[in-house]
Design a protein around this ligand. Structure first.
Ligand code: K2U
Ligand code: NI
Length: 197
């Protein structure tokens, strides 16, 4: 049973860790109609996110919670990622963001930037890396769904941050590449930037 088989369960053993060259590769576009392998892999990636956010299943299978996972994080050279999260900034009736995105591309973005005050983490990074990770505050993301239908997502704040973290993976970029090495907690100068909260 492997990642591209039906109903495969991804565990931490399948998650590629920093140092593996595939995390530094600009991965290949997905072709439509989806192959069974690509479809099964994306389904396994979404299943991982769902199960990793279920306390019992995460405990049972030793899963690190994730709100996003990209194909190259499970060793696949494909431009696709899954996300599952609610917007942390919306108290009542938070919007659920559950997407399987293929060949995603930022088609426009704000000049203004934002960042998570506690920094970012990564399923492929088994260590704390502190520091401000500047992200565009608003983005328009073009992508395709599993049927090859084009969509345009207008995102702001936390949803925009998550999508940029995942899109970076498809371009071989790690979150800590954006951190000011000399002064990690310093906001970039000459940029309109503010913490998400
Ligand atoms: O791509 C990944 O490694 C998944 C990351 C995505 C991410 C990290 C930081 C900021 C935005 C997105 C994991 O979800 S990190 C673990 C996590 C779990 C729950 C909430 C936030 C971060
Ligand atoms: Ni990551």
């Amino acid at each position: 049973m492997s990642l591209t088989d039906k109903n495969y369960r991804i565990t931490m053993n399948d998650i590629v860790r920093e140092g593996d060259p595939i995390l530094r590769r600009k991965v290949e576009e997905v072709k439509f109609p989806l192959s069974d392998e690509d479809r099964n892999a994306m389904d396994a990636m979404m299943r991982y996110l769902i199960e990793s956010q279920d306390d019992e299943l995460a405990e049972k299978y030793g899963l690190r919670p994730g709100v996003g996972i990209s194909a190259n994080q499970v060793g696949l050279d494909r431009r696709m990622f899954a996300v599952l999260f609610t917007d942390v900034m919306e108290e009542e009736n938070p919007t659920l963001y559950q997407y399987k995105l293929f060949n995603p591309k930022i088609v426009s973005h704000s000049a203004a930037m934002t960042y998570l005050p506690d920094g970012e983490g990564c399923l492929s990074v088994d260590r704390e890396v502190e520091g401000i990770v500047p992200r565009y505050e608003k983005i328009k993301l073009k992508a395709y769904d599993e049927n090859g239908k084009e969509m345009l997502l207008k995102l702001k704040g936390y949803p925009a941050i998550v999508m940029q973290h995942e899109l970076d993976h498809l371009n071989g970029v790690m979150f800590y590449d954006h951190i000011n090495a000399k002064n990690p907690q310093q906001e970039p100068t000459g940029v309109d930037i503010q913490s998400l909260w």
